[in-house]
Ligand binder design. Structure first.
Ligand code: B12
Length: 220
């Protein structure tokens, strides 16, 4: 069977959330001589990225996007042990929803994308206080704090990202910990991220990965 045919079966299995078949299909790539690194960067990551477009065009549902991001994030996490060289840039991101916000779906999808791109993700959960975000970032040696808000008032609240910024400033942590945000309010007002004190923002899992990569180059 050709690599293209295996890719097609892999895509179908992920869309069907068929975890059982995914592992055996991934083994077929290895049997064809592909290294795990190649499977991750030339099969899994491009496929996951293609799902963002498929969601927009209505070819897949939000539930399928969500489950796929979780399955593929977990798969890459397992594969990392088999990398010939573990990724040097295995940096940590603390990801949670803003204080007062219980909308966790977007955060989970972003976490799946980051994990699939070999980042370590510490899930801080829902309704996370600013103090908790910073404390976790320090405990986990994270260089990025990611805050998800689905509501305007949790994005703009003085207890939300703005407070994380204040704490980072007061404690002299601004050069070592970067703050990113995402969620619906930032899509409607593209300058909002700056007003709440974030270093940057992303509109999707793909953009989250791009923004994280770029900001990690700035941390000291
Ligand atoms: C599902 C949902 C719920 C569920 C949440 C379930 C869960 N476990 O997540 C439940 C039923 C609990 C809920 C409750 C409420 N909800 Co609600 N909810 C929604 C709904 C329908 C979908 C949200 C969603 O999951 N979107 C899908 C995800 C995947 O999108 P996303 O979060 O934007 O994530 C993507 C990007 O934004 C980005 N991203 C997300 N986070 C991050 C983070 C970073 C760092 C980066 C880089 C990128 C990034 O990447 C993601 C993947 O592509 C929206 C309406 C809508 N259609 O959007 C209302 C909505 C968000 N809810 C709303 C409201 C008002 C409420 C309630 C207050 C209702 C009530 N009266 O009780 C409560 C609030 C509870 C609370 N305190 O949080 C309003 C908010 C209005 C506003 N402008 O502020 C909305 C817009 C509905 C509306 N039109 O009124 N809700």
């Amino acid at each position: 069977m050709s690599i293209e045919e295996i890719k097609a079966r892999f895509s179908a299995a992920v869309i069907d959330s068929d975890r059982g078949s995914i592992d055996s299909i991934l083994e077929e790539f290895s049997e064809q001589g592909m290294r795990v690194e190649e499977i991750v960067f030339s099969v899994i990551v491009p496929f996951l990225d293609s799902l963002t477009e498929k969601l927009k065009s209505g070819d897949i549902t939000l539930a399928q996007h969500f489950v796929a991001s979780q399955i593929l994030g977990d798969t890459v996490e397992k594969f990392l042990d088999s990398f010939e060289k573990r990724p040097e840039s295995r940096k940590t991101i603390v990801l949670g929803t803003a204080f007062g916000d219980f909308h966790g779906l977007g955060k989970k999808i972003v976490g799946g994308y980051l994990m699939a791109n070999t980042f370590r993700v510490v899930d801080a959960g829902l309704n996370v206080s600013a103090e908790r975000f910073v404390q976790l970032a320090l405990e986990e040696d994270a260089h990025i704090i990611g805050v998800s808000s689905m509501m305007v008032h949790t994005a703009t609240s003085e207890e939300g990202p703005a407070k994380i910024r204040r704490i980072l400033k007061e404690r002299g942590l601004e050069s070592s910990i970067k703050l990113i945000v995402g969620g619906a309010p930032y899509r409607y007002d593209e300058q909002l991220y700056a007003r709440v004190g974030a270093d940057d923002w992303g509109r999707s899992g793909i953009e989250a990965v791009e923004v994280v990569k770029r900001l990690l180059e700035e941390v000291s």
